[in-house]
Design a protein around this ligand. Structure first.
Ligand SMILES: [Zn+2]
Length: 87
């Protein structure tokens, strides 16, 4: 059985918005990966079977509360990554 954490899709998408809104944070591949991974660690994973996950990811992407949670987690993560960049 395959499971999918559909918050991953939401965070990756919100990250695109985040880098546009906050260009002061480095968005090189390394920082991007570190920031998204850290944000996902701090967010509660939302798991579903992979098929159901696809549907739920679409719903979650349109939920302003979920997007806000993802954005806040990304801001916190970006601060941490920026204070100790590995690039
Ligand atoms: Zn970087």
């Amino acid at each position: 059985m395959k499971f999918k954490n559909y918050m991953e899709d939401v965070v990756v998408e919100v990250y695109q918005e985040f880098t546009k809104r906050y260009p002061k944070y480095c968005s090189c591949n390394r920082c991007k990966t570190d920031t998204i991974a850290l944000a996902l660690t701090n967010l509660r994973g939302k798991y579903a079977s992979s098929l159901e996950g696809e549907v739920l990811a679409k719903v979650a992407r349109d939920d302003p509360q979920v997007r806000t949670d993802a954005l806040v987690a990304l801001m916190i993560a970006a601060e941490i990554v920026a204070s100790n960049p590995k690039h």
